[in-house]
Ligand binder design. Sequence first.
Ligand SMILES: [Zn+2]
Ligand SMILES: [Zn+2]
Length: 1050
Amino acid sequence: MKRKVKGEEPEDQSHAGTSTLKVSAKAKPKKRQKAASSSKSEVLWPEYFHSAINTVLAFISSKKQLAVTFQAIRTSVEAQLKHPLEITSVAELRALLPDLVKFSYVPKNELQVSGDKDKDYELLSQSQLLSKGPEESYVLVLELADNLQLKKSKNTGFAYSQPPAMSISALQKLIDRRNIACKEALDNLVIHAGPNEDPTLLLQDAGREFIPVDPTPAIPSEAVAGPSQIVPEPEARLPIPDIIEEITAQSWYKEQIIHHQVLPPKAAKLGSLDPLPSTSILQALADSRKVSTFYSHQASAIEGVRNGSHVVVSTSTASGKSIIYQVPLLMALEQDSDAKAIFVYPTKALAQDQKASLEQILFSCPGLSHLKVDTYDGDTPQDARVTIRETASVIFTNFDTIHASILPHENNWRRFLKNVKLFVVDELHYYTGLFGSHVALILRRFRRVAAAVGNRRVQFISCTATLANAGSHMEKMFGLEPSEVLAITEDGAPANQKDFLVWDPPLIDPLQPALGRASAMAEATGLMRFLMKRGVRVILFCKIRKICELAMKTIKADLSNEGRYDILKRVKPYRGGYSREDRRRIEADAFSGQLLGIVATNALELGIDIGVLDAVIMLGFPMTIPSFRQQAGRAGRRSKDSLTVLVTEPYAVDQYFANHPEELFEKKLDEIMVDVDSKVVLEAHLQCASYEMPISLSDEMWFGPSMRELCEKSLVKDKDGWYHPHPNFLPYPSGHVSIRGAQEEKYMVVEMSENDNTLKTIEEVEVSRAMFEVYEGGVFLHQGMTFITKEVSHDTRVAKVLKADVNYITSPRDYTDVDAMRTYRIRRAKSCLAYYGKVHVCVKVFGFFKIRNKTILDAVEVDTPPWDRDTTGFWIDVPKSILDLLRSLQLNVAEAIHAASHAFLIQFPLAEDVRTECKAAEKEYKVTESSRKRPARLIFYDSIGKGGGVSAKAFDHGRSLLEATLLQACDIVTNCPCEEGCTKCVASPSCKEANKVMSKLGATIILKGLLGRELDYSHENIQAEVYNGPDTIVDAPPVLAAQGIEIEES
Ligand SMILES: [Zn+2]
Ligand SMILES: [Zn+2]
């Protein structure tokens, strides 16, 4: 590696604000410590080091405040030093001690510079801030980062405590530590300077790159960006291996890469078609898609369809799947211009993309260019519907529409259904869980109706991610026999080299491991900036919207600090919740190559085509391996190499993959399971099917052997033996069957403007999240910008926010109590009783923390009324004997109850519409005894704002459903090979409190106890979990019961 001397092009010095002055390759931070200690006090410093550097540090070091404006410090340092303090000296200090010294511009409207020049700024109060409004100018602020490092508590993963008031001796220790760090860095600089290098010049040279840039937008970025800072065109960027080498040579590189896997390039494998498609089709392919040959998997799929099979193709993303649908369609239309087809994509954006592509190829195909392709879904205007039905050859639709609009009106659709030749379902793996069961039954209803109008020859074509059981999944979803399905799993598409990195954030200070690791957020966003500067087009995936917004905010702040507006304007966040126009605009920018970076949630995972991306960074493991691979698949198109980086978080599941990275890439995906025998779902679709056409016993061929029993029990039989819908489901049974779970009510977040009274809706937030995202005084993040929530109305469900460029975020402090109020029914489930009844949910946001750099600046109390609602739910009390056992083993009872509740919900087929009371680390690990005690009870309630009723259904299906779920949960938790709990057993992706309060062992004991099973815990496991803090759980009190309830035994 190059030695850095004056006159050379500056190397990148700006990773996550932790760059260091680079002297030589050997002078990496870790080694520097050793070098310095071995040559203590022998190093002769240039005078400059004493006068300009060490003294300055000593002076600013004695400040115990979080931050000081440069103006204030300059005045007092100059008074003491008797010579001017240059901005360059501080910048040099930052170059020397980048992890300690933070020196950057902060928006002025956050500061209140007091008349007393030596006094530090204060953050404005809420009302002052609001009255002041946004401002565009900035103030230079100096802060010392070790003031910010608070003790990280084991379980919260977040420093939920105020900075401690510092004693004089503690302050002295802090200053000493800073001095030692500074001395070592300076010593090291002298030791490692080459014979012809002047340490003073080296330092001054490095410091120049750390002079903060005033980000007032008036300064054009070009003025700041020198010739060496021009971002290369993505086409001209360096190969990924070179960039990785560059990363490992950076001074901020501290062995973060703990796994590096290279998938070598793969040549295309071509296949041939015999006979070839017509010349018109070949011409259309060449003209519209630039396709003249077929990859082997495309050729086999097209052959398969031609031979009458139903085809599923399970290959990598970007392997040219649309050809597999389009060519057979064109061939069918050439044979019979009355032929019809149905295309279903999981997202609207994806469907729009593919519709445009299909229209183009049809248009280029002589003889077929007049044929019409239309979208037919819930947004299609009523007056357009008839025309589409009559004239379209291909409709793009979704299962919701097929379920609620097409099948129930089969008489209108008869001509279309009669002529459907192809039915395409893209991304088949998307249809899993409860939704998958619904879709499988809708497909059976479709096949039944089509057969009844005389069409038994519909062919199904699907593509999926690489699944272990693509063929059997296809059979199960569509109700097909193995002999009818052709599964193609060999991928003939070429691929360029792919590099995968697992990136573990480094220890903040190797000498003080207790400080923990650097934040995954800082690492991921820093890496993203580094890559974008090199012309690498990056997508950063975040798990939830809040993280997505925070990441965007971080990138925005860091890029402005560096003066890189050229890059900043080419980064955009993208996620659900944004308005449709915003999303379309971002998609268009992304696709046209305007963007260098996208910060996204999983909304983009399934993906609309956003063009060529070179790199994917995942901030934290995305919960499942299919998601991981799907996200990884977003990078790298045929002609370019690509990079995928998983930045690990401190959670158990991330750490598991940090230790077993090979599983991320090599492990076959678990089989996707779809339960087509679920009686709850089947009964619902029998009601719908019997409306479409009365059901007879011969329909068992579609609905399976349990059909008869359900029809007898829940449908109405006429005198001729035909079954019709139960009157409760009329007039439209499909209106009673929600296939995605009910749509949740939403809060509108509206932006108030300063000047006039106009309100603009910027986002919609689901009721279940609204309490925690919009509360008065809190910061609401939207597209990386900060807004202060001024007013929330729970009645109209509107939250008014005002744009305010603050550099802190807020985190609500709340509790949610879920209490059983009244018992309506009781059922026995194995050796315990389950209760159904009225449940009261109370969410109280009693305040919030203002947080910056993970440090609490302030705890604000708010006095908003609690949000109270009554709903229905069911619960199971944890008996005293189990509680006693848990306590005698010194296990945390709250952890056990929370984990057991999740274990139940994970196995519960109707889980999407029920919630449980999640336990928060902030409350459960409090050192002082809390007066808030919660009953020892697994409680589940119908989501509020979704219509409810699921709990009652769970009870109707009675013992079998509750008991089966308990049994399954117990088996899974007992046998799951994970150590601390994973998403298969106790950790739920939907946990409101991020699964921090969890004991897998405790859950096992509760579940076994409820089922009356023998407890065989091993002593070692328990030792590891011994908990000594206060207990927050009390015996479940009796619940008032309606009169005369009898225990239902079966
Ligand atoms: Zn597990
Ligand atoms: Zn939870």
